[in-house]
Ligand binder design. Structure first.
Ligand SMILES: Cc1cc2nc3c(=O)[nH]c(=O)nc-3n(C[C@H](O)[C@H](O)[C@H](O)COP(=O)(O)OP(=O)(O)OC[C@H]3O[C@@H](n4cnc5c(N)ncnc54)[C@H](O)[C@@H]3O)c2cc1C
Length: 374
């Protein structure tokens, strides 16, 4: 197997796969290394903002094939169940990661991206060339590396990224259910120590995904007990769980979800998606950001490839600048919102304000989202 590629992408989630598809469509050779087989379920709220649609269309990715659910409304409830409803300024759609990531994977394969199933264990940069070491496929070399390996990976430690040794109290739980809910609505229900997103995805499935602080969780023996003892205190969640049937054998979970500040360029690697920064999930914008960061990096690398940009250093500066401009404010707003929502007093004050000034909710939502990507 030829081991040199112009670009190596580490990680085949949304950021990695969209940038691979974009680059190969521009005639640039790409190898993508993903550690797990597709299709697979991922812990995610599975609500994706419509801002990605023009870009996906430009890439000839027909998301309609996946039969996504059109979502136009939003509701949020306090831990005690008080509900605020709002329209979503731009709207979005519900589609499972099981379908979406697999669809992009198959599309990348069809277009000729070299797809390798393996774990990247190290990346080094010497004399203007990268070496990318894998578990079983040996070492690849490339001119550029895109790090699209998600929110946390052993690679962060290898690359000595500051946050990689820090513990995080956040864990998340996700499962699909059979249940009757309002199809056009994504709901965010608060409970002590966390919040739970509920929305519909394709094939009549309802996705439930919640994030919770470990301190709130650890006193309970299992997920069911936690749901009953803590989450059921919000009557909206009680009503949902009591009338829903889980279709997974058991929920899937992740822990150590880290929201620390990260750098978008590390050791000359362009970090994309969650590897460059994770927005608080309550904003429902992480997937769009992953796709958009893939778009930004592909555009820049393509310009360089076609001789329109001068040097690697300039390219790195331009990427870091563009990343900050597009996502800096969204990440900050997400942090502030999470702080408010997890504080019971602030949560109730905010509820009171949102009831009196209903136009405020869509305004706040728009601060955590971007414009349509063209
Ligand atoms: C609880 C929760 C709920 C969320 N809900 C929503 C939501 O409703 N809407 C929304 O827009 N966003 C949501 N998000 C955010 C969204 O899931 C992420 O922002 C998005 O998945 C980021 O995509 P990515 O491509 O960067 O990473 P990922 O999708 O995580 O992909 C990274 C890939 O890299 C692979 N990988 C990792 N390490 C290696 C390695 N060493 N070698 C090879 N491969 C590797 C992994 O297997 C994985 O497939 C949520 C996040 C959480 C935690």
């Amino acid at each position: 197997m030829k081991k040199h590629s112009y670009i190596v992408i580490i990680g085949g989630g949304l950021a990695g796969l969209t940038s691979a598809i974009d680059l190969i469509q521009q005639g640039i050779e790409v190898t993508l290394i993903e550690k797990e087989e597709y299709p697979k379920h991922k812990v995610c709220g599975e609500y994706i903002s419509n801002e990605v649609l023009p870009y996906l269309k430009q890439l000839n990715l027909n998301i309609c094939d996946l039969k996504p659910i059109n979502i136009t409304n939003f509701q949020i409830s306090t831990s005690s169940g008080n509900l605020v409803k709002s329209e979503l300024p731009l709207g979005g759609f519900g589609v499972s990661r099981h379908s979406l990531d697999n669809f992009l994977w198959e599309e990348a394969k069809r277009l000729g991206v070299k797809l390798i199933i393996d774990q990247v264990t190290d990346v080094f940069y010497e004399e203007d060339t990268f070496g990318i070491t894998t578990g079983t496929h040996g070492t690849f070399t490339s001119d550029f590396v895109i790090g699209a390996y998600g929110k946390r990976s052993g690679l962060d430690r290898t690359l000595k990224r500051g946050f990689s040794n820090k513990k995080s109290p956040w864990l998340a739980v996700k499962a699909h259910y059979k249940a009757r809910i309002q199809e056009d609505t994504v709901a965010l229900h608060n409970f002590k120590g966390g919040y739970c997103g509920i929305s519909k995805v394709e094939d009549e499935k309802v996705n439930v995904c919640y994030m919770v602080n470990y301190d709130s969780f650890k006193r309970f023996k299992n997920i069911e007990k936690f749901q009953e003892e803590v989450m059921y205190k919000n009557p909206n969640l009680k009503q949902f769980f009591e009338n829903a049937t889980m279709t997974f054998e058991k929920p899937i979970t992740i822990s150590q979800i880290n929201f620390e500040y990260k750098k978008p360029v590390v050791n000359h690697i362009f970090m994309c998606g969650d590897a460059a920064g994770l927005i608080h999930p309550l904003c429902g914008n992480g997937m769009a950001m992953a796709i958009q960061s893939g778009q930004i990096v592909s555009k820049l690398i393509s310009k360089y490839y076609h001789g329109m940009e001068k040097s690697r250093d300039e390219l790195e500066l331009m990427y870091a600048k563009a990343w900050k401009k597009q996502f800096g404010l969204r990440l900050k707003t997400g942090r502030v919102l999470q702080g408010i929502l997890l504080n019971p007093i602030l949560q109730n004050i905010t509820y009171g304000i949102a009831k009196v000034f209903p136009w405020l909710t869509p305004l706040v939502i728009s601060k955590t989202h971007g414009r349509p990507l063209v």
